[in-house]
Design a binder for this molecule. Sequence first.
Ligand SMILES: NC(=O)c1ccc[n+]([C@@H]2O[C@H](COP(=O)([O-])OP(=O)(O)OC[C@H]3O[C@@H](n4cnc5c(N)ncnc54)[C@H](OP(=O)(O)O)[C@@H]3O)[C@@H](O)[C@H]2O)c1
Length: 331
Amino acid sequence: MADESYEAIVAEQVGEKFTQSVKECLLSDLPDNDVLIRVHYSSLNYKDALSATGHKGITKFYPFTPGIDAAGIVAISNSALFSEGDEVIVTSYDLGMNTPGGFGQYISVPADWIVPLPKNLSLKESMTIGTSGLTAAIGIDKLTRHSFNQDSPEALVTGATGGVGSFAVALLAHLNYRVVAATGKMDQADFLTSLGAGTVIHRDDVLNVPENPLLSSRWPAAIDTVGGKILDSILRQVSHNGFVACCGNVLGNQLDTSILPFILRGITLAGIDSGIARMELRKTIWNKLADEWKPAALHKLAREVKLHDLPKEIEAILNGKQIGKVLVNLL
Ligand SMILES: NC(=O)c1ccc[n+]([C@@H]2O[C@H](COP(=O)([O-])OP(=O)(O)OC[C@H]3O[C@@H](n4cnc5c(N)ncnc54)[C@H](OP(=O)(O)O)[C@@H]3O)[C@@H](O)[C@H]2O)c1
């Protein structure tokens, strides 16, 4: 393909600050990887906002195009695994960290980062799910494999209006769980109910509890997207043989907790890292999400924006103000 220009969000340092703007980039500036993909949709994740604002733990060199999610059509393939015209999904690995990401109309990636788009899923639906949905689904997959056996299963979801949380609410409800959604935004209770939450509680109701190492059992399971003090509170309130999946560090990286719920209630704490999830698991989960795990409420989860809307969306997610998912249309 002759060198072409394309549009991308470029994050760069201007004085003390990092800015993001839409710029013309050249295909020849992309890394020389196996497969060039014309990106149709991406989605905004918390990690993208960190990359866009200069967090060196995520992105080392600027100017840079963030975007850990991309779905599109193969433009050029030097791999036997993919052909021109294939519809594909790429999430995480190094995409949008130090490999230019899905906030550009083209990405160039190794073939072994690519998942073929499953039948019954559109490119747009795949990015309505994105990394945050994949993360929630990996946690819920672990939950469904856990040994407790309930006629009417129940699960708490924290950070419920966020990208991971809102998808967890919708998928658990779709799988017939009674969902308790914990949020700091009680004005979004109707949104959470529309996704399938049975009960909406304020996050302080989870957090502001006595310091005792064991508290009354409240939930058999939880998907926690926040971490820190709220995760400690959950561990002390899940019931016997309870299961908690954690993926987020919105409240920090430290977990100061008691061993007693583990040794007296036999609870399980499972970590989720969708970034390095093995390819077999990714394909299995994406295939489920295209089929029996496609939430009925999927269309309610995302707002569609264009590249030039991203700077203000990045600010909102960094301030904990995001509601549901932001789907990015790069057509
Ligand atoms: N491990 C992985 O593979 C993986 C993958 C994706 C994301 N993550 C991590 O998971 C977390 C959530 O990601 P996301 O994309 O869902 O982010 P997000 O859209 O920004 O959602 C985070 C939610 O956390 C809640 N929150 C914000 N500030 C809070 C505070 N001070 N105290 C308690 N809750 C607060 C808010 O929900 P409410 O207002 O509803 O409470 C917010 O919407 C992030 O830490 C992200 O890095 C991990």
